[in-house]
Design a protein around this ligand. Structure first.
Ligand SMILES: *Cc1c(COP(=O)(O)O)cnc(C)c1O
Length: 364
């Protein structure tokens, strides 16, 4: 857009935006979309019919229930908790932002364990929160001793333990989370966005630790990335602080009924989750047989791999219709690509294409 001569320009925005780049999922249309850790299968057809029926009953002219109490009650009951120990958000992402708003801010400290989900660091920068880093080890496992030692100094206000971690795929042990919770009174968010694939949760620790909250989402195992619903499990005390910073109507009425219908029928997703887990193991094995490719073990629905010329490989994969996530120029992840587990056919297509790329390099 061209401005006319003499038109007014705008003053600079807030100073901390200068070093920020807008989040870019690099979502390019491709035949095989395995870049965003989504469920390759949409919600089953029979459930879609139930969803449509539920949507038809929604009053569009009325504001939604601000706290999504219907959905809250379903999740609370399934987790053996009270309604006040559950909070629904506009995707897990909103709840992560709310975490930084409520526990971060100028003069406050967030402990990060990179490489991990980039949203955490961005939220800290947006809210003026200081970030201290305890980088993962060379094999991408958390440096447990260093994390506990850093927390013991007592100046950290909150930290996020991602289990399984995105994009490295590894999960932490419950005993490590317990040590983190014991090390200080910092708020500890355990991001379990992928726990349906690892089948590990620290839910039992909620009984004893007021400083623990667990984050989950409908975007991965439950095929609802397009709908935007996530939730927190935690103490009433902590969640009441989140209520002060959240946008009152962030979870719209349609999302509430879609997520409720899916949650009530979550047993219908078990088969798909099991298929993803067994496909992940098959892909990991096959990747391990390819020369020049190092694949990292995953308990999630994606695999991180490292190779020479990763960004060229990313481009060649895309040229052949396969979109994976390129981390090759990301700090701590140099030379890495991440592939989400797709349908068996999509996975075959990815594996064959990557094997061709690797073979044509050897021939050069
Ligand atoms: C996908 C993801 C989330 C949440 O995603 P939403 O779609 O906003 O619910 C949270 N944490 C991690 C590590 C993720 O990968």
């Amino acid at each position: 857009m061209r401005r006319c001569a003499g038109a007014r320009s705008v003053r600079e925005p807030a100073a901390h935006l200068r070093d920020l780049v807008p989040y870019d999922p690099k979502y390019i249309p491709a035949e095989v979309m395995v870049s965003a850790n989504e469920n390759p299968d949409d919600v089953p057809e029979s459930l879609r019919t139930d969803i449509m029926r539920a949507i038809r009953r929604v009053a569009l002219n009325r504001y939604p229930d601000p706290l999504a109490n219907g959905l809250r009650d379903l999740i609370a009951e399934a987790n053996g908790l009270d309604r006040d120990q559950v909070l629904i958000g506009n995707g897990g992402d909103e709840l992560l932002f709310d975490t930084a708003l409520a526990w971060g801010g100028p003069g406050r400290v967030f402990l990060n364990m990179p490489p991990t989900f980039s949203v955490y660091e961005n939220n800290a920068l947006l809210t003026g929160t200081s970030v201290v880093e305890v980088p993962r080890r060379a094999n991408f496992r958390v440096d447990e001793e260093a994390v506990v030692a850093r927390l013991s100094r007592g100046d950290v206000d909150f930290t996020i333990v991602t289990s399984p971690n995105n994009p490295t795929g590894d999960a932490v042990s419950e005993s490590f989370v317990r040590r983190v919770l014991e090390a200080s009174d910092a708020l500890v968010v355990v991001d379990e966005a992928y726990f349906e694939f690892s089948r590990k949760t620290v839910r039992p620790l909620l009984e004893n630790y007021e400083n623990l909250v667990i984050l989950r989402t409908f975007s991965k195992a439950f095929s609802l990335a397009g709908v935007r619903v996530g939730y927190l499990l935690g103490s009433e005390r902590v969640l009441s602080e989140y209520k002060k910073v959240r946008q009152p109507y962030s979870v719209d009425a349609i999302s509430q009924v879609v997520a409720s219908t899916v949650y009530e029928n979550r047993s219908k997703f078990v088969f798909g989750i099991e298929r993803i887990v067994s496909e992940r193991e098959r892909m990991f094995e096959r990747l391990g047989q390819m020369d020049g490719i190092e694949a990292f073990p995953s308990e999630s629905n994606f695999i991180l791999l490292r190779m020479e010329g990763a960004s060229d490989a990313w481009r060649e994969l895309l040229a052949r219709g396969v979109l994976v996530r390129d981390f090759s120029r990301t700090r701590y992840l140099e030379g890495c690509l991440r592939v989400s587990v797709g349908t068996p056919q999509e996975n075959d297509r990815f594996l064959q294409t990557l094997a061709d790329i690797a073979a044509s390099r050897r021939a050069r």
